[in-house]
Design a protein around this ligand. Structure first.
Ligand code: SF4
Length: 424
């Protein structure tokens, strides 16, 4: 979500004659796009402020702005504490950036703004094949640990016509894969339902793959499963955050589903789309989580066999209910539980990746690998990262233009897959 907001900010600024540069020391304008989903991300931001203050002192003409969740949370306070700040804006007010830039005094634009759903904003995308597309903003769910409804506001969906127009334009510009973005895409309601939106997008010529994040299990319907099955372009991957295998903890989290209904949905999905890959999020050490709750999470991992997980220790977020709950779990216990969760999943992921050995998989090529420039990297429809060598007889300039390739998996490892290109 934040990455795409950054693309929009860069798109607007390009229209104003700015260019992106890597070195803050020589920038005319610095905008920090912040995240406060966990305490660590927030700390990173605050520790960067001292450096910015020094830069501004050296070069008073430098403009500094803040956006994202911390800007939204802090409002005018951010300027009271950091006088060198020039402006701040929440993610629903990106379109006000040009006005904020031209203001002589500090301005904050952090109010809820319905215009975000109908304003077509230019995005400066760093990739000519895969594109992120916002379909909705905000969230109404108020999970007891989550700051998003307070920082990104209530749910607002973009009308489907605006989304289709953007997707068609991306297709005309050569994009092959789009990822639809929203805090809870399943509750999308922009004059059609989310399954209907998938069916509309499935008809856009030129787009070969459609992904979406994130889904809330309570709104994950059979109608959506059917659209995923029937619209061929919808990728064989879904990210469905479980958070805990204990129904008691899910209640404390205000997730509004229990483990049994989650499991039922997963079983239904796997029966309808047998090659689907499912990934999830897990929180270790939520307030009140007992040893037996944690054991249920481990049991859930073994029962469902996710393709991958994102697991984190619970982190207190200001303004959320869970912050005030009794029975906060000791940091050491949280760390131990997190380690156990990760180790359990590592074994499952490795087993699943090994089972793919000798399978031929179509990948959308990302380019040369950043960790090993001799290798190339691409993603399967199931969102698995696959490294491979480009055949020697394909010159670099041709290789760079290849979008789709069939790759035979030769080695399945814990965090990635190694393959060889299949010719012909
Ligand atoms: S659904 Fe997601 S974004 Fe919304 S409150 Fe829950 S965790 Fe936060």
């Amino acid at each position: 979500m934040n990455s795409h907001d950054t693309e929009k900010i860069a798109g607007i600024l390009k229209g104003q004659g700015y260019d992106l540069i890597a070195d803050p020391e020589s920038a005319d304008l610095i905008i920090l796009n912040t995240c406060s989903i966990r305490e660590k991300a927030q700390h990173k931001f605050y520790s960067y402020l001292g450096y910015l203050a020094r830069l501004k002192k050296k070069r008073p003409s430098l403009k500094i702005g803040v956006t994202g969740c911390i800007a939204q949370q802090e409002g005018n306070r951010i300027h009271k504490v950091n006088q060198y700040m020039d402006f701040s804006f929440g993610s629903q007010n990106v379109m006000k950036l040009t006005t904020l830039l031209n203001s002589d005094s500090f301005q904050a634009a952090i109010e809820e703004n319905d215009l975000i759903t109908t304003t077509d904003l230019p995005a400066d995308r760093d990739n000519g094949i895969r594109a992120l597309v916002s379909i909705m903003y905000g969230c109404n769910n108020f999970c007891s640990y989550c700051v998003v409804p307070f920082t990104r506001g209530r749910e607002k969906s973009r009308p489907y016509e605006n989304i289709l127009k953007e997707v068609e334009s991306l297709a005309n510009n050569g994009y092959k894969e789009i990822t639809l973005l929203g805090q809870n895409v399943n509750s999308y309601n922009g004059k059609c339902s989310f399954p209907q939106l998938l069916r509309f997008i499935g008809k856009v010529d030129g787009i070969k793959r459609v992904r979406f994040i994130t889904s809330h299990p309570k709104d994950f319907t059979v109608e959506l499963m059917l659209a995923m099955k029937e619209v061929e372009k919808v990728c064989r991957h879904v990210h469905l955050p479980l958070q805990s295998g204990s129904t008691r903890v899910l209640d404390l989290m205000n997730r509004r589903y229990n483990y049994e209904t989650y499991l039922e949905k997963v079983k239904k999905l796997k029966s309808m789309i047998p090659d689907i890959a499912i990934t999830t999020d897990i929180i270790a050490g939520f307030p009140g989580e007992m040893g037996e709750d944690h054991a249920l999470t481990i049991k859930a991992l073994n029962e469902i066999e996710f393709d991958g997980i994102f697991a984190f220790k619970y982190s207190k977020r200001p303004g959320t209910k869970a912050t005030l709950m009794d029975n906060q779990v000791d940091e050491g216990v949280k760390s131990e539980r997190l380690q156990e969760i990760l180790q359990c999943q590592d074994i499952i992921t490795e087993r699943k990746n090994k089972a793919l050995e000798d399978h031929i998989i179509e990948v959308l090529v990302d380019g040369r690998s950043e960790t090993d420039p001799n290798q190339w990297v691409g993603r399967s429809s199931t969102n698995k990262i696959i490294n491979f060598m480009m055949p020697d007889d394909i010159p670099e300039n041709e290789a760079k233009c290849i979008q789709f390739l069939n790759v035979r998996i030769v080695k399945g490892m814990r965090h990635s897959l190694e393959g060889e290109v299949v010719r012909g």
